[in-house]
Design a protein around this ligand. Structure first.
Ligand code: AMP
Length: 427
């Protein structure tokens, strides 16, 4: 079979690498891909942008693609799955209606409230309906969120009502473009964060291996928020008891609620959870796709055939398949370019990739491209080096051996990915 992966990041490199490892797959196309997918056996990049839905449909038809897997949220929120379906093309991901779980925080919050799924209390405003007096009545800190897609940057934790009001007003004024036309004002929740990723087929759910990412740029989980500086799987924070609670109180009612509301959810579903001190799994956000960089360590552990799981989901029989996992831990460290997350140097040569390829583990590419046969940097998050080991500590050691083999100008990475899991292992 022939598979098309839509996107160009580390997530898409990991998905393409995993699909290409299947004996039933003859070729994987990646649109548009990066230098890592360009060099992967059985994988070919095609110059079609991830948001160019009609171009992707033409590509899938011309290349007789049997299965398309969509990496990023923008084409999903724009309705790529509906348009592929209208052309009789199998595309794994949620419909435009279901993808609003990520595309509109106002929609997601209203959905959660209506279905009694635990989440922070909130109110949604437009510029016209904005009520500064409501904001002043809230306890600080106050969380202010642009409702639409804002590339992971649309959340501000305001320490005072004045700051929250100013933030909301700047969102209404366009600081996040159309994403800030509606603003969600939300109660601040304390606790420990966990991410939970499943596959869904409209009715059934297949939970994937647990994982945890590190969002802050600097060691010790300090510094600005980023798209993610590293991740590992499994995540000991998700104990079997918490896993069961998240399934029962969040995932199952979400998938059932969407089906009841007439927009059954098929695809990867990512719930960002804040575990309250009493154990309540509050939903912070939904993503309508796989996480990046969580995909990289999770795919490194998946021993089932991903294409079979996606096809089972598209056929509505996820209840009849199982995912099997390498029992070892996997840990990925992101190498970012200088200036990330505010800006990104581009075009610097990357050295050591061939040496790293001969070492255990796997280096997934994100912001890279080929320039005259040489791999150069091409974005904020450049690479994700994934190690495996019997413990998170051993996986971490293998990942950092890869990291220390690779060099590019102003490379920036954390030295402590997995520290919480390693502390738990010690205990
Ligand atoms: P979101 O994109 O909604 O997940 O928000 C990004 C990050 O902001 C989350 O990963 C949390 O660290 C933080 N955050 C979001 N909502 C809240 C909240 N209600 N209380 C505390 N922290 C939050």
């Amino acid at each position: 079979m022939r598979v098309l992966i839509v996107g160009s990041g580390g997530r898409e490199h990991a998905l393409a690498w995993k699909c290409a490892s299947s004996a039933r797959v003859s070729e994987v196309l990646v649109a548009p891909g990066n230098a890592g997918t360009a060099r992967e056996p059985k994988v070919r990049n095609v110059e079609v942008a991830a948001e160019d839905i009609s171009g992707l449909i033409a590509l899938a038809r011309a290349e007789r693609v049997d299965l398309t897997i969509v990496g990023p949220e923008a084409p999903l929120v724009a309705g790529i799955v509906d348009e592929f379906a209208a052309h009789g093309l199998a595309c794994f991901g949620p419909s435009r209606a279901a993808a609003r779980l990520e595309g509109s925080k106002a929609f997601a919050k209203e959905f959660l409230r209506r279905h009694g799924i635990p989440t922070a209390s909130y109110a949604t405003f437009t510029r016209e309906s904005f009520d500064a007096a409501y904001v002043r009545r809230q306890r600080t800190p106050i969380v202010v969120k642009a409702s639409g897609l804002a590339a992971g940057k649309g959340v501000v934790i305001a320490m005072s009502a004045d700051e929250a009001i100013a933030t909301a007003q700047s969102m209404f004024a366009g600081s996040f473009g159309a994403a800030g036309r509606e603003v969600v004002i939300e109660e601040f929740l304390a606790g420990e964060e966990a991410s939970f990723i499943v596959m869904a087929d409209g009715a059934h759910v297949l939970p994937l291996a647990t994982s945890q990412d590190h969002k802050r740029r600097d060691d010790g989980d300090r510094g600005p928020n980023t798209g993610g500086m590293g991740a590992y799987s499994p995540a000991p924070v998700v104990t079997p008891a918490l896993h069961a609670r998240i399934m029962r109180e969040v995932i199952e009612p979400t998938v059932q609620g969407l089906a009841t509301d007439g927009m059954p959810y098929t695809g990867f579903l990512y719930a960002g959870i804040m575990v309250a001190p009493d154990g309540t799994p509050n939903v912070l956000e939904f993503n309508c796709r796989f996480g990046d960089p969580e995909t990289q360590p999770i795919m490194a552990r998946l021993t089932s055939d991903l294409t079979e799981l996606c096809e089972a989901a598209l056929a509505g029989r996820l209840d009849r398949v199982q995912a099997t996992w390498d029992p070892r831990a996997a840990l990925g460290v992101v190498l970012a370019s200088g200036g990330y997350p505010d800006s990104a140097r581009k075009g610097d040569a990357i050295e050591g990739l061939d040496r790293a390829a001969r070492l255990p583990g796997k280096v997934f590419h994100a912001g890279t491209r080929l320039s005259g046969g040489e791999v150069v940097t091409n974005g904020g998050r450049v690479l994700c080096a994934v190690g495996l080991g019997d413990t998170v500590r051993e996986a971490q050691a293998q990942a950092y051996t890869l990291v220390d083999t690779i060099h590019f100008r102003d490379a920036r990475f954390r030295r402590d990915i997995g520290h919480r899991a390693i502390e738990r292992e010690r205990a």
